[in-house]
Write a protein that binds this ligand. Structure first.
Ligand SMILES: *[C@@H]1O[C@H](CO)[C@@H](O)[C@H](O)[C@H]1NC(C)=O
Ligand SMILES: *[C@@H]1O[C@H](CO)[C@@H](O)[C@H](O)[C@H]1NC(C)=O
Ligand SMILES: *[C@@H]1O[C@H](CO)[C@@H](O)[C@H](O)[C@H]1NC(C)=O
Ligand SMILES: *[C@@H]1O[C@H](CO)[C@@H](O)[C@H](O)[C@H]1NC(C)=O
Ligand SMILES: *[C@@H]1O[C@H](CO)[C@@H](O)[C@H](O)[C@H]1NC(C)=O
Ligand SMILES: *[C@@H]1O[C@H](CO)[C@@H](O)[C@H](O)[C@H]1NC(C)=O
Ligand SMILES: *[C@@H]1O[C@H](CO)[C@@H](O)[C@H](O)[C@H]1NC(C)=O
Ligand SMILES: *[C@@H]1O[C@H](CO)[C@@H](O)[C@H](O)[C@H]1NC(C)=O
Ligand SMILES: *[C@@H]1O[C@H](CO)[C@@H](O)[C@H](O)[C@H]1NC(C)=O
Ligand SMILES: *[C@@H]1O[C@H](CO)[C@@H](O)[C@H](O)[C@H]1NC(C)=O
Ligand SMILES: *[C@@H]1O[C@H](CO)[C@@H](O)[C@H](O)[C@H]1NC(C)=O
Ligand SMILES: *[C@@H]1O[C@H](CO)[C@@H](O)[C@H](O)[C@H]1NC(C)=O
Length: 754
């Protein structure tokens, strides 16, 4: 009996142990109301199926409960969730502390109800969805620490009461939305003194940055770039001494950068680019010894570079382009900036020579000093910069191009070399100069434009097997286009316009490998990114007014031979260059007919044939070039009807004028009854027999140039952002027309200031 009793007790005890283990697990189980709320949330999603089928909702994917079976976390980032978010069902999850639904496809708005009841919420991440609407009046609770609503479609002002209860808020990110009104810079005054990160960038906030940030004693990151802010830099920001990053680019802020900035000793990133900041740089800037990234491009800063800057030994990028800075930079000692990888001082008034001390910044990958008043020669010491990949020295007064090229060809990592407009009137480094040439092994972009260089296109260029872009326009180059140009395996952008090139269009150029086939995606040919941004305006896309790009493949495949003395036919082989996007043959001495084969160039967006001696009809197949946005065949000897269809009729009459025998829309003269047929016959005969029409005598006019000039200037004046586009593209790569740009900029500056 006793043994049995013991047995029983032991069993009971075991059972007790067993249940004490099991029962709490049951208690852990999800509450029915929570389960309902979750299912109601899931029911509003159209996809994908969440597999929330088991009984215990606490075990569902993405769900965490507390001991009492309340749902505390709902974490479903990047799950491809689609559908309208249902704040009312989420509002019933009253114990929620973490909600992360980022990187989905949710839409709908945040209703006040949700925020009212979620007063335990600590982390709210709804970033990267399609949520919209205005923000509720107030954040839910004093527990909230992180709010990330970035990359949605929210709009309206941030209500002044929004942060009232959020006393523990540390991270607030609303970048990439459409918020308007004032930036709530008083956030730390009453409500959220613990804020560390504030990101308001890429919205439409406007007005001044009000005082208040100075009270954010813990603020580390402040971003408000890409908005519509005006006024001065708020004076009290210099009290927020924990700041590590200030990024305000693309606004209209003005005023000087106060020397009080030295108070922000933790500052590592300072981006004030694309504003109207003026005055001199703070003389004690160099006391900010942690500075790594300094970006002041496109402001009105003036005066010398403060020598103390050379004490910022942690500097990684120094970008001060497009200001009014001046002074002899060869007097500065850059040698202690051992971390410096990028220096960009383009478009300023710096004088002196290329600072020798720069050659000891061994980390340098990119140097851009274009559009200054620098002089002297490049020294062989530059070869100690083993990582140098991007060198742009254009539009200065450097001399001895041959010597420069002889040195630089040994620069093994060089990808982009832009010397346009720096070596005015010198000779193109010839083959004799470059004996035993075995250099520029990695060169992808070479610009030697706008320099009045004389001589021929030298043979050593044929060894640049990685060359993708070659700009030699606005020189005095004579001789023919060498046929080997068509063998360079990666070349896709050639600009030889405005030279004195003679001879015929070499057939071999019609076999440029990069323009024949779709690029092989696995090959690396398309991958190059410039180390510094290039600002351009894409001519054929008026809607995209300007952009900055670091990707070489963003440039359209182009052959520009305009304004030379090239004679003979346009080869029929041209039809092989299927990937060509822009073809400029205007203002040459081309004769013969427009080959039908041009209609094989299905990617063609711009075709310029004006001011030649072309005859015969315009092939009707041209009307099938769907991407053609720009076309000009004016001032030739073309005849017959302009092929009908939507394409060619969409251009102005000016694209056809100066061809007296051409008829039909958009020209005002109507075609006679038989003209078309005659012309067609004639053209076919030409094509098959290869007969040449006699060159039609025409008067060379500067019309094209003048029209182009005012076209550009006009747009520059009208649209501020285009200034950057032209300004930069020119300095970076092109050179283009000095006069044009200088005049444009000056006119525009006057207009802006006046
Ligand atoms: C749901 O479960 C099914 C079958 O178990 C599975 O094929 C599917 O991938 C699951 N869906 C998700 C979103 O996990
Ligand atoms: C939320 O709870 C209330 C009652 O507490 C209920 O009436 C309502 O239907 C619930 N909403 C959802 C979406 O579950
Ligand atoms: C939300 O989830 C994503 C993906 O796991 C994560 O990167 C992000 O940091 C989370 N958000 C917060 C605020 O923790
Ligand atoms: C703020 O957070 C701290 C710790 O994280 C906590 O002790 C305090 O209660 C919170 N304050 C409020 C008002 O919730
Ligand atoms: C930008 O702000 C100015 C006033 O500062 C205002 O006139 C203009 O409409 C704003 N632009 C946008 C797009 O909100
Ligand atoms: C610098 O910051 C300290 C607080 O750290 C403050 O007392 C001082 O007034 C600030 N100086 C300036 C010039 O803002
Ligand atoms: C650079 O820092 C040193 C001390 O670290 C100081 O003596 C020197 O004056 C500073 N140079 C400039 C130009 O501020
Ligand atoms: C350079 O200085 C001259 C006057 O000395 C001024 O006209 C010009 O605008 C300045 N250029 C730049 C880019 O600041
Ligand atoms: C270019 O530099 C080299 C080496 O310094 C020199 O020998 C040569 O004379 C220079 N050429 C010109 C035209 O100055
Ligand atoms: C693409 O390029 C890779 C590497 O360069 C090469 O192995 C592959 O054969 C090429 N594919 C085609 C279709 O040309
Ligand atoms: C070629 O260069 C001329 C200037 O010489 C320019 O007007 C034209 O737009 C360019 N054409 C193409 C196809 O790039
Ligand atoms: C080619 O060079 C000319 C002259 O610099 C320039 O006007 C034209 O825009 C360039 N072509 C392209 C497509 O960039």
């Amino acid at each position: 009996m006793l043994v049995q009793a013991y047995n029983l007790m032991a069993h009971a005890f075991l059972l007790f142990l067993f249940f004490s283990y099991i029962i709490p697990a049951n208690i852990h189980g999800c509450k029915q109301t929570e389960s309902n709320s979750l299912l109601s949330f899931a029911s509003t999603l159209s996809s994908p199926h969440l597999n929330w089928t088991s009984i215990d909702c606490c075990r569902w994917k993405g769900i965490t409960c507390d001991q009492d079976g309340w749902v505390t976390r709902l974490l479903l980032p990047s799950k491809g969730l689609k559908g309208g978010i249902s704040p009312s069902s989420l509002a019933n999850l009253t114990h929620l502390t973490h909600l992360n639904l980022s990187h989905n496809l949710l839409f709908g708005s945040l209703e006040t109800q949700f925020f009212l009841s979620s007063n335990r919420l600590e982390i709210l991440d709804l970033s990267y969805n399609r949520l919209s609407g205005e923000l509720p009046l107030s954040l839910p609770s004093s527990n909230i620490r992180t709010v990330d609503l970035s990359s949605n479609h929210f709009f309206g002002a941030i209500p002044s009461s929004f942060f009232q209860q959020a006393s523990n808020l540390t991270n607030f990110n609303v970048c990439h939305n459409r918020f308007t009104g004032y930036v709530p810079s008083s956030i730390c005054l009453q409500s959220s003194p613990s804020v560390r990160l504030l990101d308001f960038s890429s919205n439409v906030f406007s007005g001044n940055l009000a005082l208040g940030l100075g009270k954010c004693s813990k603020l580390q990151v402040f971003r408000v770039g890409h908005n519509n802010l005006s006024g001065l830099f708020p004076e009290d920001i210099y009290y927020a001494t924990k700041l590590e990053e200030i990024a305000l680019p693309f606004n209209s802020l003005h005023g000087a950068i106060s020397d009080k900035i030295v108070n922000l000793t933790n500052l590592a990133i300072l981006d004030l680019s694309f504003n109207h900041f003026g005055g001199e740089l703070p003389p004690n800037l160099g006391k900010l010894s942690k500075l790594k990234f300094v970006t002041f491009d496109f402001n009105n800063l003036e005066g010398d570079l403060p020598p103390s800057l050379m004490n910022c030994t942690n500097l990684v990028e120094l970008r001060l382009g497009s200001n009014n800075l001046e002074g002899d930079i060869s007097m500065l000692d850059f040698s202690r900036l051992t971390q410096l990888t990028k220096i960009d001082l383009r478009v300023n008034n710096f004088t002196g020579t290329l600072p020798v001390s720069l050659y000891s910044c061994r980390s340098l990958k990119a140097i851009r000093l274009s559009w200054n008043h620098l002089e002297g020669q490049i020294q062989a010491k530059i070869l100690s910069l083993k990582s140098l990949s991007f060198l742009s020295l254009g539009a200065n007064r450097f001399t001895n191009l041959t010597e420069a090229m002889k040195i630089l060809m040994s620069c093994k990592s060089l990808h982009t070399l832009s010397l346009s407009g720096s070596y005015k009137g010198e000779g193109m480094p010839s083959n004799d100069d470059m004996v035993d040439f075995d250099g520029f092994q990695n060169l992808r972009v070479l610009t030697l434009a706008d320099s009045n260089l004389n001589g021929q296109i030298p043979l050593w260029l044929s060894k640049l097997k990685n060359l993708e872009m070659l700009l030699l326009d606005y020189n005095q180059i004579t001789g023919p286009i060498p046929s080997w140009l068509g063998t360079l395996p990666r070349l896709f952008y050639i600009n030889l316009s405005n030279n004195r090139i003679s001879g015929e269009f070499p057939k071999q150029l019609c076999r440029l490998p990069r323009l024949l086939y779709e690029p092989n995606i696995t090959s690396q040919a398309n991958q190059y990114e410039f180390e510094l941004p290039i600002y351009v305006r894409r001519v054929n896309q008026p809607t995209i007014q300007s952009f900055s790009t670091q990707k070489l493949y963003f440039f359209p495949a182009t052959i520009n031979l305009s304004k030379n003395n090239i004679v003979g036919d346009i080869p029929t082989d041209i039809g092989q260059l299927q990937l060509l996007q822009f073809l400029g043959l205007d203002s040459n001495n081309f004769s013969g007919v427009i080959p039908n084969h041009i209609s094989n160039l299905k990617n063609l967006e711009g075709l310029y044939l004006s001011m030649n001696h072309l005859s015969g009809i315009i092939p009707s197949s041209l009307a099938s070039l769907n991407f053609l946005k720009e076309f000009n065949a004016s001032y030739n000897n073309l005849e017959g009807p302009i092929p009908t269809g939507t394409q060619l009729q969409s251009f102005n009459a000016s694209a056809f004028e100066g061809n007296p025998k051409l008829c039909g829309a958009p020209l005002p003269n109507k075609c006679g009854p038989n003209k078309g047929i005659d012309a067609d016959k004639k053209n076919n005969k030409d094509m098959h027999n290869g007969l040449h029409q006699l060159p039609w005598f025409y008067i060379f006019t500067a019309l094209g140039f003048i029209v182009g000039f005012w076209g550009v200037c006009g747009s520059l004046i009208i649209n501020k952002t285009w200034r950057y586009a032209y300004f930069q593209f020119i300095d970076n790569l092109q050179g283009k027309v000095y006069v044009m740009v200088t005049v444009c900029i000056n006119t525009m500056k006057k207009r802006l200031r006046g």
